[in-house]
Design a protein around this ligand. Structure first.
Ligand SMILES: Nc1ncnc2c1ncn2[C@@H]1O[C@H](COP(=O)(O)OP(=O)(O)OP(=O)(O)O)[C@@H](O)[C@H]1O
Ligand SMILES: [Mg+2]
Length: 379
């Protein structure tokens, strides 16, 4: 089943790569789900898409090539060099680990790499690789140069991880047949491939796995002008008229994250279509709509504000442990850590101290509280 696109693979990609060593290949990447039997959670592949229609839209607005990928300048430079070097030597790209908070463009970048290299990209997610045969099936199906994208790679089961070591290093699949005394290990050669791993928690990777990636790159939150550009680009694809200041208003509330920027744009578009038919999205309309959807001028949503409010009201500025915070808010500790905290840390509303999390004076003020003396020491 093709998830993202099912354009057929050009028949002669090896020779086209050889002819055009320094130029990005012109073919689109062919994207396919690995083996039919893999229990792949499609929701993970399009996290903000609940409907098929939304999923299709999501794919329409995903940048396809490096030049369309806004921001992440140093990441693009590093990858551009890696692509050109691999192409000129007619080699396969080095294994790449991408890490950073959700929605910053890790999956998008893996797909772009495949398109630039003119190879297939097979997409899976670590929890789907439960049994050795899941990963073995995928590995043997790869053609020379293909990209294997494993999302949430910090969640790989141990057995799968151990199969990946020789596969990544020596392009060899070691399989054990039989059990106990009769067990035999067989080695199968694999085609050279590129593993692209994505994770929101690089610290949770084992070091043998992390060390096998030739490139380890972090994705950063986007600047306002970059997010504005993304909003303008998406609006153009969706044929939604918008002013530059309208785009900037959405960008300001998008928590440095393209996925959120695109999602907010869709909400604002709905609002404008219903409330002010026929007009373009302006700064005022965008602000009005986003207030209605509970997204404040800093991009904080209901959960962010609740986290901070509980820290302020229940703990009066004292450090709070993650588990205590999770219990007090009813949110899952891992979700707080991976989804909410990174942005609050980035904008300076939260600090991590050895004794726990603290809401900063800026957060107190943003939520309309007067920070106590003890908090002002943090200023
Ligand atoms: N640099 C970018 N330029 C333009 N749009 C982008 C960029 N990065 C991401 N997007 C948009 O944001 C959406 C989310 O990106 P993507 O799915 O790649 O994030 P992710 O890092 O893989 O998230 P997750 O960790 O949740 O899997 C994409 O559909 C794409 O449209
Ligand atoms: Mg992703």
């Amino acid at each position: 089943m093709a998830i993202i696109s099912s354009k057929s693979q050009p028949p002669d990609r090896e020779s086209s790569r050889a002819k055009l060593p320094a130029e990005p290949a012109t073919q689109s990447a062919q994207l396919s789900l690995a083996t039919g039997s893999l229990p792949i959670d499609e929701a993970l592949l399009k996290p903000d898409a609940t409907l098929d229609e939304t999923g299709k839209q999501e794919e329409k607005i995903r940048p396809q090539r490096l030049r369309e990928y806004v921001g992440q300048k140093s990441l693009k430079e590093v990858l551009d060099i890696a692509i050109r070097a691999a192409q000129s030597r007619q080699e396969v790209l080095d294994h790449l680990l991408l890490y950073g908070p959700p929605g910053l463009g890790k999956t998008t970048m893996a797909l772009i790499l495949a398109a630039e290299m003119g190879v297939n990209c097979k997409i899976t997610t670590a929890p789907a690789l439960e049994r050795p045969r899941d990963i073995a099936g995928l590995l043997v199906s790869l053609q020379h140069g293909d990209i294997l994208f494993i999302d949430e790679i910090h969640r790989l089961p141990r057995v799968t991880e151990e199969i990946l070591y020789p596969a990544m290093e020596d392009f060899r699949l070691d399989i054990t047949i039989g059990k106990g005394q009769n067990a035999k290990t067989r080695s199968l050669p694999l085609q050279r491939f590129t593993l692209v791993g994505a994770t929101t928690r690089v610290g949770a990777l084992t070091s043998p796995l992390r060390d096998r990636f030739g490139l380890v790159q972090r994705l950063r939150f986007y600047e306002l002008d970059e997010l504005s550009q993304i909003v303008l680009r998406t609006a153009a694809i969706l044929s939604t008229p918008i002013t530059e200041t309208g785009a900037a208003e959405i960008a300001r509330r998008a928590r440095g994250t393209p996925r959120i920027a695109n999602r907010l744009l869709r909400r604002v578009r709905d609002y404008v279509e219903v409330k002010a038919t026929g007009t373009e999205i302006t700064e005022t309309l965008a602000a009005e709509a986003l207030e209605l959807f509970n997204v404040d001028p800093c991009g904080l949503d209901w959960t962010d504000r609740r986290l901070l409010t509980i820290m302020i009201e229940n703990f009066a500025g004292r450090p709070v442990g993650l588990d205590t915070l999770a219990a007090a808010t009813g949110e899952d500790a891992q979700t707080i850590e991976e989804v909410y905290e990174p942005y609050l840390l980035q904008i300076g509303y939260l600090q991590r101290t050895p004794r726990g999390r603290v809401a900063t004076p800026a957060a107190w003020k943003h939520l309309g509280y007067q920070p106590p003396e003890s908090q002002l020491a943090l200023l």
